[in-house]
Design a protein around this ligand. Structure first.
Ligand code: F6R
Length: 607
């Protein structure tokens, strides 16, 4: 989703801003732009399309050393050149880039309109440069502070003034900003990825804080004007420029990385001898664990599906009630937050506004939320204070693959830890630990022999509609398979619990309709076989993901894709793999941009 980079230093700003935007491309965007000082004024270029296209139009741009840049993911107003950021005031001497949403922009527009301001875009953002212009009396920091007093909503902003060439002003409320403190240069960005090329010494702005940025550093204060000393932190994550390592796309690379990424989620956490596990970041004693009377996972999209798979495992192994909730719905239904419920906020990016909102609601009502996050230092990780990093490494493809399996793996570690205290004997705990320890090997084995994916794709790429079915642990996998196919190939598809098919979706089946049935051998296989018969009786084309060697199930399929045997609770970690590959190859077959599917963003920082 939208990205911000701002630079003030001793080198030409334009190439540095473009390099920063390139590092943010993975977040998803539809247009890009820059504004840099130009002699007496500002030089602004922006357009719909890729950062590389924008870079192609910057020949002959000024070599000045101060500027701001942005990648936009449309919310208010279509994908057009005027709607791209930066936005300027009427004189063109103040430029603003903005992430987030100004909720009262219509009121402000109407007010400014009456005072003769004309707008060039349909965006909510454009009110900001006009408000700042009205407030500007020669003090850039005060002007932004005064302007923001009129604004309701979320923002991360960076502002450049032609009349104050030695400063930038940035402010944050609900949209992250990190300030990189280099030698004689300061870089501000919405994501540490865009800062690390310059420095690893950073400060994270907090909500309702504003900062004056100079080449020498940053002075932070609250919006009310109280000075703030933020701790300088060192970025120690893996922020290298992501490489495809010989794969044609990041998505395929990330699918193939899963034996390693799952291993990282488990490493140092499983205790095979003790039949137990340890997640230091949760800081929970056995007494704390047994005091938990229910577990709720909060997340969106793929992370919600990971939470569903985890909740089933917690109920099965720990015998504690557990469920997953869609974070975007959670806080608006005035949820009851029992004291003895433990919440997990599952998020790859750690920046998803819906999930962050749910976390804040739980915290406000006195509940305990643990973060299950991939991006180190992200807002959700910091807001939760306690939690677990899933360590899947940077996920660049917009559609989540390796983060899903790492999230499930990390939650299964928690499950074992809790279950060992509540329900499992030493021997049972050892079996669970051993089963988890075997997963990376099983994943590697599957990826080396993925089965007839091409045949599946041949059918699916031509389909008008695809139904994904699964029971028990395979139900969240069916949901994830359908989501991936929609995202990457834009093929209408839905995931359903297999037993529920006869209550509606069966009406969608024509002769030849592809139905992908996720059916590893587990306690529900017999029931699943009956559901397969119902599919076959309608002449649909049945693709079955089954446990290698399970001929009873394989025989029923028009196309059988075997996966290695695992414990039932760990099966989502292998059964999801063919579904990821099907989505990837179907997307390719249809000529889609698989790493950057249309309309999607990697980091969804608006509600
Ligand atoms: C699916 C996908 C999205 C994300 C969702 C939550 O491929 O990427 O559904 O899973 O936007 O994002 P995070 O996990 O960053 O909170």
């Amino acid at each position: 989703m939208c990205g911000i980079v701002a630079y003030i230093g001793g080198e030409a700003a334009l190439p540095r801003l473009i390099e920063g935007l390139r590092r943010l491309e993975y977040r998803g965007y539809d247009s890009a732009g820059v504004a840099v000082l130009d002699g007496e004024g500002l030089w602004v270029r922006k357009d719909v399309g890729r950062v590389s296209e924008l870079a192609g139009h910057l020949q002959g741009g000024p070599g000045t050393q101060v500027g701001i840049a942005h990648t936009r993911w449309a919310t208010h107003g279509g994908v057009t050149q005027p709607n791209a950021h930066p936005h300027t005031d009427g004189t063109g001497r103040i430029a603003v880039v903005h992430n987030g949403i100004i909720e009262n922009s219509s009121e402000i527009r109407a007010r400014l309109g009456k005072r003769g301001v004309t707008f060039k875009s349909e965006t909510d953002t454009e009110v900001l440069p006009h408000l700042i212009r009205e407030a500007y009396k020669g003090d850039p920091l005060q002007a932004v502070r005064d302007a923001l007093a009129h604004v309701r909503g979320t923002y991360g902003i960076a502002v450049v003034f032609a009349d104050a060439p030695d400063v930038l002003v940035v402010a944050r409320n609900g949209s992250p900003l990190v300030v990189g403190l280099g030698r004689g240069e300061t870089v501000v960005a919405s994501d540490p990825q865009a800062v690390v090329a310059h420095t690893r010494q950073v400060v994270y702005l907090q909500d309702k804080e504003i900062a004056l940025v100079t080449r020498e550093g940053v002075q932070v204060s609250t919006l009310e004007g109280r000075e703030v000393q933020l701790p300088v932190e060192t970025l120690d994550g893996d922020y290298g420029l992501a490489s495809k390592e010989g794969f044609p796309h990041f998505m395929l690379k990330e699918i193939h990385e899963q034996p390693r990424s799952i291993r990282r989620a488990l490493r140092g956490r499983l205790q095979l001898e003790e039949g137990n596990a340890k997640l230091g970041g949760l800081n929970m004693t056995p007494r704390d664990l047994v005091a938990v009377n229910s577990v709720i996972s909060l997340g969106c999209g793929t992370s919600f599906h990971a939470g569903m798979a985890a909740a089933m495992a917690i109920e099965a192994l720990a015998r504690v009630p557990a469920r997953a909730e869609i974070a975007s719905e959670f806080r608006y239904r005035h949820p009851i937050i029992p004291r003895d419920t433990l919440y997990f906020a599952i998020s790859q990016s750690g920046e998803t506004a819906d999930t962050l909102g749910a976390v804040q609601e739980v915290q406000l009502k006195g509940g305990e939320v643990m973060g299950v996050v991939n991006v180190v230092g992200s807002t959700i990780a910091r807001t939760c204070a306690r939690g677990v990093y899933v360590h899947s490494g940077p996920e660049i493809a917009v559609a989540s693959t390796k983060a899903f399996t790492s999230q499930v793996a990390a939650m299964l570690v928690y499950t074992l830890m809790m279950a060992r205290c509540t329900n499992l004997s030493l021997e049972q705990g050892q079996l669970v630990a051993k089963a988890l320890d075997a997963v990376p090997g099983a994943v590697a084995h599957y990826l080396s022999e993925p089965g007839p994916i091409e045949e599946a794709v041949e059918r699916i790429a031509k389909a008008r509609y695809v139904l994904f079915l699964g029971r028990g642990f395979s139900y969240p996998v069916a949901l994830e398979g359908a989501l991936k196919l929609k995202e990457i190939a834009y093929i209408p598809s839905e995931g359903y619990p297999a037993g529920e098919m006869k209550h509606g979706p069966i009406a969608m089946l024509d002769p030849g309709t592809p139905v992908v049935f996720v059916c590893p051998r587990d306690g529900q296989t017999e029931k699943a076989i009956s559901n397969m018969m119902e599919v076959k009786a309608r002449g649909a084309w049945l693709i079955v993901i089954h446990t290698r060697g399970d001929d009873e199930v394989a025989r029923l399929a028009d196309l059988a894709i075997p996966v290695p045997e695992t414990a039932d609770f760990a099966s989502p970690l292998v059964t999801v793999l063919p579904l990821q590959l099907i989505a990837y190859h179907a997307g390719l077959a249809l000529g889609r941009d698989v790493d950057k599917p249309r309309n999607l963003a990697k980091s969804v920082t608006v509600e």
